[in-house]
Design a protein around this ligand. Structure first.
Ligand SMILES: C[S@@+](CC[C@H](N)C(=O)[O-])C[C@H]1O[C@@H](n2cnc3c(N)ncnc32)[C@H](O)[C@@H]1O
Length: 203
């Protein structure tokens, strides 16, 4: 357990209210009507849990143990059959075709290898299962913002627990072998990581 992971966990918790303001309406739309087994990668402090219905089986894959107390607190009193693990998204340790839904919000920017991770998520999803995502992504290549994202990447990765500000996550999702991928682009106005995608990839 590193000091930087501890600091990152507390910093993330401080941003929870802002997250609800920025993403709340989109999460209500994206997570509506979920049922069955949901695997959430990198759930952080549990900022998505208020948007998930009771009655789910929820498996949280959160490698940073400093997030776990926050998650346990948010799970308390909920009728969610929860299992919290430290396995990373690129190597979940879960069986093939065990999940109806995988959730990823602001995590695919941080996984070490995006293509391998998407292959792993596809493996654990049932046929017809869905990966639901909200991710910040690289700005278009011919923009000053992309140049800024590339230039800041080394420092940003250090400060933000491995996050790549310039990842072409939408393109990676399209080539990852899902039967369908659809997403909308939107801007949050956040510095450096304003461009986002929100959508669904179906196995
Ligand atoms: C920016 S935070 C986002 C947390 C939460 N999903 C949210 O929307 O606020 C990134 C999260 O991904 C986790 N993470 C980093 N690398 C990971 C990996 N390889 N597999 C799974 N989670 C990872 C971090 O510990 C952190 O909780």
């Amino acid at each position: 357990m590193s000091l930087s992971q501890r600091i990152f966990a507390h910093g993330l918790a401080l941003g929870d209210d802002a997250q609800h303001r920025i993403y709340g309406d989109r999460k209500r739309q994206l997570f509506a009507g979920l049922a069955g087994t949901v695997v959430e990668i990198g759930p952080g402090t549990g900022v998505n849990l208020p948007y998930l219905p009771d009655g789910l089986r929820w498996i949280g894959l959160e490698p940073n143990p400093h997030m776990h107390d926050y998650l346990q607190e948010r799970l308390t009193g909920r009728d969610i059959d929860a299992e919290l693990r430290t396995d990373p998204a690129q190597n979940t340790g879960l069986p093939d075709a065990c999940a109806d839904v995988v959730i990823s919000t602001l995590v695919l920017c941080s996984v070490p290898t995006l293509d391998d991770t998407l292959a792993e998520l596809r493996r654990i999803l049932k046929s017809g299962g869905r990966l639901l995502f909200i991710e910040h992504v690289a700005a278009p290549r011919d923009t000053w913002l992309y140049t800024l994202q590339r230039g800041m990447r080394p420092v940003w990765k250090r400060l933000a627990d491995g996050c790549h500000p310039d990842r072409a996550t939408g393109a990676a999702l399209r080539r990852a072998g899902f039967s369908s991928v659809s997403f909308d682009r939107f801007d949050t106005g956040l510095p450096v990581v304003s461009p986002h995608v929100m959508g669904v990839a179906t196995v």
